[in-house]
Design a protein around this ligand. Structure first.
Ligand code: ADP
Ligand code: MG
Length: 234
């Protein structure tokens, strides 16, 4: 079977004044569709940069990135935008909800951007907000929600367009440990229910244990990839 995500010798340099930061130094990685992966590694090791390459938010300095059998490393801004819209849902540490939109609007607007009509987008948004346990918060604003509730809205927003890949960069980083555990348990359930591949970055080995496989990352390189328990370790 072809991997859903395939990286070959991916390097990313950032020019910084007179020097160059080598953020990725030859990443080799293959990930299959339908699984839940965690990337763990020290701060500054290049995890977010790697997510940007896989998420078509930026292009590598050299090397190849393949998504669902398509090369994405040469795409221009327009091509990357189209790939993101079609394939990928994003979840961030700081939630990134729109503060002037309601919970329902934050989720439905993601579909309206893709061309869905307003009523259809609202109906599908409500289905996903129900799945993440927020049916009673549809008309609320992000500022009126707890951190865990905000991340649930972000999960609904990422999943409402049926992406085959969900990228979550430190999704529990702004949450207390119990709420963080609830959020990854929800992601685990979403993966099993929809078959969407999940790739999360985390510092926390207990959080990483919920995934099917753990990829260890250091100094801009993959240093290991092994099976995990698929259960939260606390
Ligand atoms: P991590 O997510 O593992 O903490 P990052 O991918 O954010 O690591 O960063 C890897 C390295 O690249 C760090 O040294 C960081 O300072 C540098 N870096 C990241 N983004 C940029 C950028 N836009 N410009 C310059 N340097 C960057
Ligand atoms: Mg990071």
């Amino acid at each position: 079977m072809k991997p859903l995500i395939h990286l070959q010798d991916v390097k990313k340099d950032y020019p910084m004044g007179h020097t160059t930061v080598h953020a990725l130094c030859g990443v080799e990685l293959a990930m299959e569709g339908g699984r839940y992966y965690s990337i763990v590694g020290p701060s500054g090791s290049g995890k977010t940069t790697l997510m940007h390459m896989i998420g078509c938010m930026d292009t590598p300095t050299s090397g190849e990135v393949w998504l669902d059998g398509q090369p994405v490393h040469h795409l221009d801004e327009q091509g990357r935008t189209a790939m993101r819209a079609r394939y990928i849902g994003f979840i961030f540490q700081a939630f990134h909800l729109n503060p002037i939109l309601t919970v329902r609007e934050n989720v439905s607007i993601a579909l309206q951007f893709l061309g869905a009509g307003r009523r259809e987008a609202e109906v599908r948004a409500e289905v996903w907000l129900d799945r993440v346990g927020l049916s009673h918060r549809l008309a609320h604003y992000p500022a009126e929600l707890s951190g865990g509730e905000r991340q649930r809205v972000a999960i609904a927003r990422a999943l409402v367009k049926d992406p085959c890949l969900v990228l979550a960069d430190e999704p529990t980083g702004n949450l207390d440990s119990q709420t963080g555990g609830e959020i990854v348990a929800l992601l685990r359930e979403v993966n099993r229910r929809t078959g969407a591949t999940i790739l999360q970055v985390t510092h926390d080995p207990e959080i990483a244990a919920i995934s099917d496989e753990i990829i260890t990352f250091k100094d801009g390189r993959v240093t290991g990839q092994q099976a995990s328990s698929g259960r939260l370790q606390r």
